[in-house]
Design a protein around this ligand. Structure first.
Ligand SMILES: Nc1ncnc2c1ncn2[C@@H]1O[C@H](COP(=O)(O)OP(=O)(O)OP(=O)(O)O)[C@@H](O)[C@H]1O
Length: 248
């Protein structure tokens, strides 16, 4: 029997190192926008599987399709072609109500701008998704406090965003993303508004959450060097395509 060529280290590891069931699949996905008579291709030929519990970085230059990738993965937008699934959800087939339900139950999102409500305390901000999820008032306070403990802000629960540093505000946002216990945690340039040391602490916090809770994490960033020490995989986008998909 002739031996087939050895796969590259990256592809071999990608197959062998993670036998967890898949959480996310993109099957020949494309996203285009009609701009007058022109068609802008934001993403094309995207076929990937993300197993449960993996930490994935999505990197690429401006305009490469990173935000579009996150918008599709968070059901804020629909693919123009192909199929995206997260667990049992087929994202292209959801109406607006179902999209909202998907986001409430399956994902937590952290943004570059922390998007906290300025008039609410840290604990009230973190409890907000629980209200939307219909959690009983008696459970909300304890769950919000627990999430704030996990991000190291157990002693700042009654502070409003203006009374917290940028790094602490982003920690509140991480707690808010975790409080509903979503299987998938998405972060869109989570360090973009922070100095490098504080940004590193936020990346380490995401790694902690990934490691301790086995949560699947997808981080979009311009700065691969920030996540290189924690990520298990990097998807490099260029001109809307996957240029490389490597284990780290
Ligand atoms: N709503 C839209 N309408 C038309 N074109 C769009 C739209 N959204 C994105 N695009 C185009 O799709 C391509 C990918 O954009 P996208 O925002 O996903 O890139 P990005 O990698 O996130 O960039 P950045 O790092 O600057 O945020 C770009 O050419 C962009 O101009």
């Amino acid at each position: 029997m002739s031996s087939s060529p050895a796969p590259s280290a990256a592809s071999s590891d990608a197959v062998s190192s993670n036998s967890a069931p898949s959480l996310v699949t993109f099957d020949d996905v494309a996203k285009t926008y009609e701009m007058g008579s022109e068609t802008v291709t934001a993403l094309t030929d995207i076929s990937i599987t993300i197993p449960q519990g993996q930490f994935v970085a999505v990197v690429g230059p401006s305009g490469s399709g990173k935000s579009t990738f996150l918008h599709l993965l968070s059901a804020m937008d629909r693919p123009s072609r192909g199929r995206i699934t997260v667990g049992d959800w087929d994202l292209g087939s959801l109406d607006r109500q179902q999209q909202a339900r998907f986001r409430r139950s399956m994902i937590g999102i952290i943004f570059q701008q922390f998007h906290l409500v300025p008039t609410m305390t840290a604990r009230e901000n973190v409890a907000l998704p629980l209200i939307l999820a219909g959690v009983a008032p008696s459970d909300r306070q304890g769950r919000a406090a627990n999430a704030l403990d996990i991000v190291g802000l157990g002693d700042r629960m009654d502070h409003r965003p203006a009374e917290l540093s940028g790094g602490e505000q982003q920690r509140v946002a991480v707690a808010r993303a975790l409080v509903t216990d979503p299987p998938l945690l998405l972060a869109d340039e989570p360090t973009g508004n922070l100095d490098s040391e504080t940004g590193e602490q936020i990346i380490d916090l995401l790694e902690h959450v990934h490691h301790e809770q086995g949560r699947t994490v997808v981080v979009v960033t311009h700065h691969f060097d920030e996540v290189q020490h924690v990520t298990e995989r990097v998807l490099k986008l260029r001109d809307g395509r996957i240029l490389a998909d490597e284990d780290c």
